[in-house]
Write a protein that binds this ligand. Structure first.
Ligand code: HEM
Length: 506
């Protein structure tokens, strides 16, 4: 039932996106210069339906995997009369990640996010403004800021798990959804929002997440209940955040135009940010950026935290769990129970566990671009193709991360593959070390600005859990929910815990 609905929406998505783009690109196609290279091979399918029957039978991921196995790293999938070109692997991905936005852009394929992020930000503004806004995010994620956030994260996590009993059974997914929302709000928005976080704001945030379905990609304004709830939630979040921005600004002017020594959150950074022309950020923009940051980091981080637990607590991975626990014991021996930014950098084994989790479970299944100009790709085998102007181009992260020539035994959860020379694609290199070999956080021009923040947050949580609790999975390794834009673990992820004696926890 769910798979069928995924596929139907995928069909609708590709059809409509392609129709919209084709309309915009009619002139471009007519003026395409003479091609000397062939276009990518097209996956076999029925003459009228393309790969639709295969999609219904096998699901989207298997269709991409099969096409990749049959045709290699560059291929086009036709669904009805529309096409998406897939680029798989680092050898063919540099233009996708590194190309100029004037040549390969996100705009045409990202308009569906506007009702969620709101007016005045992200894909509602021109490219130059968007770049500057992402720079403001980047400024709020610099090491000096991250040092402050680390302390806030540790406090929030300790307070949260202090509420757990001596032993019990919990849905790890639900617990981490709550906790990540609290942590993000404390770091990004300060105490004003955090105090409301498990109440109204958390509910609205869930409604925003729930309102970004596969159908949304094609019909962002379709009058369905999930979209109506999303719009009401976005409007209410706008009101709440606007009040907070106004009261923060009032405090600043009362204290003489900006004495912010005691306030060091992202809200403060965004209020204080200036565009290159000297213009200040508006209230609408600050509100939109707050919503965007929360949205970009919330589901991605909570699902990665949950997958990390599900993987580490699986019976097959006891050796990796032990390595991570031993590392925590060494850290405790060296620093007592104290955890800060520097101490987090020492948790290399835990870092590798999270990185390997993201290799197998990237929260974004596929990244999309629109080819504003044709471009040439050359495969490892030496084949050359010209991807035509106007194409929708896709980087399927799950397949990209499972290439045996990049990651030996790719289906195995093996955090040890990172950071050890000789475990990589080419002997002597570190697994995933080459350009665009590991793209859980994207790469190149649009690499994620929240990567360091996300790692810190997940490491603070798991460092605390590993030090303080003995845990066991009591449900099987979850399946992936492919029915949403950002797939996460499906269903409950039940875990039993028992508090460790105080001396062990330090
Ligand atoms: C585990 C957590 C996260 C994952 C896996 C993740 C993943 C990604 C990916 C794959 C992209 C590239 C999208 C593309 O190329 O089309 C991206 C971009 C971005 N991410 Fe994240 N993200 C995470 C957390 C965060 C957080 C916490 C923030 C901010 C608070 C954030 C802010 C952004 C922004 C602003 C961009 C756009 C960058 C640009 O286009 O220049 N992300 N992220």
């Amino acid at each position: 039932m769910e798979l069928a609905s995924v596929i139907i929406w995928l069909v609708v998505f590709i059809t409509i996106v392609s129709t919209k783009i084709a309309r915009q690109q009619t002139t471009a196609y007519q003026t395409t210069r003479r091609r000397s290279l062939p276009p990518p091979p097209v996956a076999t399918g029925s003459p009228l339906l393309g790969v639709l029957p295969a999609l219904l039978a096998k699901g989207p991921l298997q269709v991409i995997r099969d096409a990749h196995a049959e045709m290699g790293s560059v291929f086009t999938v036709r669904l009805l009369h529309r096409k998406v070109t897939f680029l798989v692997g680092p050898d063919v991905s540099s233009h996708f990640y590194q190309g100029l936005d004037s040549e390969i852009s996100q705009d045409e394929v990202s308009q569906f996010t506007i009702p969620t992020f709101g007016p005045g930000v992200a894909f509602d503004v021109d490219f130059a403004t968007r770049r500057e806004q992402f720079r403001f995010f980047g400024d709020a994620m610099k090491p000096a800021k991250l040092r402050t956030y680390a302390g806030l994260m540790v406090r929030e996590v300790e307070e949260y798990f202090a509420r757990w009993g001596q032993s019990g059974t919990v849905d790890l997914k639900q617990e981490l959804e709550h906790l990540v929302t609290l942590v993000a709000s404390r770091c990004l928005f300060g105490e004003e929002v955090r105090s409301k976080m498990l109440g109204e704001v958390a509910t609205h945030l869930r409604e925003l997440n729930d309102g970004m379905r596969l159908v949304t990609i094609m019909f962002p304004h379709l009058p369905i209940p999930a979209h109506r709830r999303r719009d009401m939630a976005r409007a209410r979040l706008g009101e709440i955040f606007s009040d907070i921005v106004r009261s923060r600004k009032a405090c600043m002017s009362e204290s003489g135009g900006g004495n912010t020594n005691d306030v060091d959150d992202m809200l403060q950074c965004l209020i204080g940010s200036r565009y290159k022309d000297g213009r200040s950020t508006t209230e609408t923009e600050v509100v939109g950026m707050l919503v965007s940051a929360l949205f970009a980091g919330q589901h991605t981080s909570s699902s990665t935290g949950t997958w990390t637990g599900a993987r580490l607590l699986a019976d097959d991975n006891v050796v990796h769990l032990r390595a991570a626990v031993r590392e925590q014991e060494r850290i405790v021996a060296r620093h007592g129970g104290h955890v800060d930014y520097e101490v987090l950098q020492e948790m290399e084994a835990l870092h590798r566990c999270v990185k390997e989790t993201l290799r197998l479970h990237p929260p974004a299944m596929v990244l999309l671009r629109h080819a504003r100009r044709s471009f040439v790709v050359r495969t490892r085998e030496g084949e050359e193709y010209e991807v035509p102007e106007g194409s929708t181009v896709a980087s399927p992260l799950v397949v990209h991360h499972s290439l045996p020539y990049v990651y030996g035994d790719p289906e195995r959860y093996d955090p040890g593959r990172f950071g050890v020379p000789g475990r990589g694609a080419n002997d002597g290199t570190d697994a995933g070390a080459g350009a665009f070999a590991y793209t859980a956080f994207g790469g190149g021009r649009h690499a994620c600005v929240g990567e360091a923040f996300a790692y810190m947050q997940i490491k603070v949580i798991w460092s605390h859990l590993l030090r303080n609790f003995q845990m066991e999975m009591v449900s099987p390794l979850p399946e992936t929910d492919w029915n949403v834009v950002m797939p996460g673990p499906k269903g409950k992820v039940m875990v039993s815990y028992k508090r460790k004696p105080l001396s062990a926890a330090a």
